[in-house]
Design a protein around this ligand. Structure first.
Ligand code: ZN
Length: 165
């Protein structure tokens, strides 16, 4: 879906707005997933302070799977209206060739963030699931969580030390 001309194309050196707004589900339902100026500012902060440092460290291009979500799209996904994705403050991604355990451990020790969530990891498969990171302009909590099918657990996955990329 084409973004309106008044929106910026680029959010940071290596990330474009379409990468943080594109959604197959939005396209399928003809939902214009367009952020406002405040949400674009939040996405810029996310790209500069999270995605760029991760890209620089692992030296691999990153393809975010979900960034900004307008409310109708977020509701279609069954996510809460209070989701940080709706404010442009969160991104879901993986880094090809890097386990989500290694990725989340590096983020936890090197970056400022509000929440870092390892979503649906599996002890026997380092590539299972994905990593969700949120950051906001104000105070950030640097809170680490793991999401399983049964709910959230504090901290990164306990098996992360043993899993191989
Ligand atoms: Zn997410």
């Amino acid at each position: 879906m084409r973004l309106p001309d008044n929106l910026p194309h680029r959010l940071s050196d290596h990330f474009h707005l379409y990468e943080l707004t594109r959604s197959q589900l939005a396209a399928r339902h003809a939902i214009p997933n367009h952020p406002n100026a405040k949400q674009v500012a939040a996405l810029r902060l996310l790209c500069r302070n999270v995605l760029e440092p991760v890209r620089r460290h692992f030296k691999i291009p990153i393809v975010p799977s979900s960034g900004f979500r307008c409310l109708p799209l977020n509701r279609l996904l069954g996510s809460s209206d209070s989701s940080s994705h709706c404010r442009g403050e969160a991104v879901d991604f993986e880094v090809i060739g890097v386990s989500n355990a290694a990725l989340s451990e590096w983020i936890a020790s090197n970056l400022e963030f509000d929440q870092l969530i390892v979503e649906y990891p599996q002890a026997e498969n380092g590539n299972a699931g994905w990593v969700h990171v949120s950051i906001k302009a104000g105070e950030n909590r640097n809170q680490c969580l793991t999401r399983h099918a049964y709910g959230y657990v504090h901290g990164l996955p306990v098996f992360s030390k043993r899993s191989k990329p």
